[in-house]
Write a protein of this length. Sequence first.
Length: 154
Amino acid sequence: MPRSLIMIFRLLAFCLALLAVSCVSSKTSPSRLPRVVYFEIPVRDLNRAIAFYSKTLGVTLERQTIDGHAMALFPDDGMSEGATGALAHGESYEPSLNGTRVYFATPDLDATLRRALQAGGRLLYPKTDLGSLGYVAEVEDSEGNRIALHMKKP
């Protein structure tokens, strides 16, 4: 399948998912819907991954050992929208470009992309205008995972 067709399918799937969430959330009580509340991003080298995400997102991650696994938790103020998560190192954690994509919100997609590339990331999907849904881009992190960056339009 041509790369351009794959990109169009991915963009369409993202737009449909956002539309479905907005339609469902307006008709159904949020407490009855399954929500993503936590994610873990697999890493091979926790120190390298902490450096990448700290520089890219401008956050401080908190190191912890959870159930015998070395982790670095993303900050959570309990008031921000969206799920929180961690970088996770251990036998069952295998970084991959294929699989679930985590979308990180950013107020300045261009600056965040620049920091990601300076931190050793690789551009996989360039900044794309999704119309009223904002902008999205994808990068490969320092560990070989595909992550997405999303920015709302003003």
